[in-house]
Ligand binder design. Structure first.
Ligand code: ADP
Length: 323
């Protein structure tokens, strides 16, 4: 193998740069040229390729985002439209592909690999942690830390003014960020898409737990079936007329920032492994982590199955409430 392609796709996540660095440097170590593909599948279709040099990836391990850029590219789902990508990969002499992204990106990588007939490896890059088969995705740990420190700030205000705050965190289909940030920030309650939200019961809980308390914080995953934080606040207000309710939507601050130790180390180890898997001719695998060991997961499983958080953790919050 002489040349491999690498792209980042879907939502950006802290640690993507650390993965790009590890892939480029380890490939070079083994005498392989890395071709950086700009803006995900869009760049693949338009032939936006860069021959990566050692200096391109110097000093990026600590940076959030992705230096290659990312994009959502709906056209890539169309076989006819993908023909230009297939041709570009062949023309560039790319013999293997590493895709860093979520399950949508893996779907794209999987079909492309079949059409060009080259091996493909996926690295899970998403703050949502919703990929099947791995305990952690690249970017998740950093996003959790960002969320927890934002909630710490909100708590200062909430307790000074005796308010109930509904804090919305990312997770359109997944409660990983909400559930785990709720535990670590000392939130009183959490609403996630994986479990049924009972507005009346939540109101009752907030009313009883609030006796003598100065503040309550409820973490809301954006994809909760009752809606985001604003919807929840509107629905609960009639049951809590004498309470002062507020919402905060954390939004895109959750995505950015310098990656944590964990994400840098995960991205670096996974990047090196991805190069080595391609060198062995292994294809259609995602690199994951379990009990600090790197593992491979069938890309098909990562695409078709969905990870759910450990729902027993919700009980921990309940066990911390005083009646
Ligand atoms: P994520 O990778 O974070 O799940 P998306 O679901 O937006 O993000 O997918 C990222 C990109 O992957 C899409 O914009 C598209 O270019 C490509 N993609 C997603 N699904 C498919 C599919 N079924 N076939 C081909 N490409 C796909």
């Amino acid at each position: 193998m002489k040349k491999i392609g690498i792209l980042t796709s879907g939502g950006d996540a802290p640690g993507m740069n650390a993965a790009i660095r590890a892939i480029t440097k380890s490939a070079m170590h083994y005498g392989i040229q890395t071709v950086g593909i700009r803006d995900g599948f869009e760049g693949l279709m338009k032939g936006r390729f860069i021959n990566m040099k050692y200096t391109d990836v110097d000093n990026i391990i600590q940076r959030g985002g992705t230096l290659l850029g990312s994009a959502r590219c709906i056209e890539f789902k169309d076989k006819e439209a993908r023909k230009s990508a297939v041709q570009n990969v062949k023309d560039a002499g790319i013999e293997g592909l590493i895709v860093i992204g979520g399950d949508g990106s893996f779907r794209g990588a999987h079909v492309l690999a079949q059409e060009v007939n080259i091996p493909v490896i996926g690295l899970p890059g998403t703050i949502d942690n919703d990929l099947y088969g791995t305990e952690a995705t690249i970017g998740y740990d950093t996003a959790l830390n960002t969320i927890v420190s934002a909630i710490d700030n909100i708590r200062d205000t909430a307790s000074s003014h005796k308010r109930v705050f509904f804090v919305e965190v990312m997770g359109r289909n997944s409660g990983f960020l909400a559930l785990n940030s709720a535990i670590a920030s000392g939130a009183e309650s959490v609403l996630i898409p994986e479990t049924i939200t009972d507005i009346k019961a939540l109101a009752e809980q907030l009313r009883t737990q609030n006796k003598g308390r100065r503040s309550s914080i409820v973490i809301v995953a954006e994809g909760d079936e009752e809606g985001g934080a604003m919807d929840i606040m509107r629905k609960i207000q009639p049951h809590l007329e004498d309470f002062r309710l507020r919402t905060t939507i954390l939004g895109h601050i959750q995505r950015g920032g310098s990656p944590s130790y964990f994400d840098r180390a995960l991205a670096t180890r996974s990047g090196v492994m991805a190069v080595e898997l391609l060198m062995k001719g292994i294809s259609n695998k995602m690199v994951g982590i379990k009990a600090d060991e790197l593992i491979t997961v069938d890309l098909k499983d990562a695409i078709e199955k969905h990870a759910i958080p450990n729902l027993e953790k919700e009980d921990i919050l309940k066990k911390l409430l005083t009646k």
